[in-house]
Design a protein around this ligand. Structure first.
Ligand code: PEP
Length: 251
């Protein structure tokens, strides 16, 4: 039987937040999670690396999960400025986002690099959230499903299981733009992702597939109701506790 897909609402704070404001945001989200007392969904915040430890300590015991926004593939070594998955784990993280489109475009991260980072997450005991998504040019050229398939085949490590992998579908053109695909477009992308995962692993039916790209309180219920959407990866709206909690409530 397929593993139950508990919805995951994940906030990606990106390069935003100094300690005082970030702790206030984390504590407000944690208060909402504690009050929700949810057993049927998971809520995660991914602050910048400098804040992971402080946020993890501030929200401990609330049920709010904490993750990193990126990690290096290796555990340690001569990689100035990089952060390993082990360091994130040590700081209190349980998850890490890998292959976000901003990492792929700003830092030239290839599918092979993303796969190695996901394997690094496993080595450290973190759950990787592997991001994929097409650009506007690729969508307009009718290549969306082919791009997603190639990214999945390149970025998802061999040996992945429903317990060790989360995939986030984030159309690049929908990130931070206020634009979203139509619900049939989201459904088509997620159905294809699950089909391709089925070629890569035995229990693809249990893998959580998050949608990301301009999710907010007002559109969350509609997007989260789409077949094969098992949660959301949220950028801008994750920086406002009320807005992020509204998305979590919609899950
Ligand atoms: C993101 O960067 O992962 C994201 C989905 O951003 P936004 O919600 O702001 O579009």
């Amino acid at each position: 039987m397929a593993r139950t897909r508990i919805p995951l609402i994940a906030g990606n704070w990106k390069m935003n937040g100094l300690k005082a404001d970030a702790l206030a945001l984390a504590q407000a989200v944690a208060a909402g999670v504690r009050q929700g007392g949810w057993k049927d969904r998971e809520v995660l915040v991914c602050p910048p690396a400098t804040l992971v430890m402080a946020v993890a300590e501030a929200v401990r015991g609330s049920g709010l999960l904490v993750g990193g926004e990126d990690c290096h593939a290796k555990a340690n070594g001569a990689h100035t400025g990089d952060i390993s998955a082990e360091m994130l784990k040590d700081a209190g993280a349980s998850h890490v986002i890998v292959g976000h489109s901003e990492r792929r475009s700003d830092h030239g991260e290839t599918d092979a690099i993303v796969r190695a980072k996901a394997e690094g997450a496993w080595r450290a005991g973190l759950l990787p959230i592997v991001c994929i998504g097409e650009t506007l040019a690729e969508r307009e050229a009718g290549k969306t499903l082919a791009v997603l398939e190639a990214q999945l085949k390149g970025s998802v490590p061999a040996g992945s299981t429903a317990a060790t992998l989360v995939v986030a579908y984030e159309p690049v053109w929908a990130i931070g733009t206020g634009k979203t695909p139509t619900t049939p477009e989201v459904a088509a992308a997620h159905a294809h992702i699950r089909k391709v995962l089925g070629e890569l692993m035995a229990d693809a039916a249990g893998v959580r597939l998050l949608y990301g790209g301009s999710v907010k309180g007002s559109n969350a219920a509609e997007l989260l109701a789409v077949a094969d959407v098992d949660g959301a990866l949220v950028g801008g709206a994750a920086l406002k506790a009320d807005e992020f909690l509204a998305i979590a409530k919609a899950a």
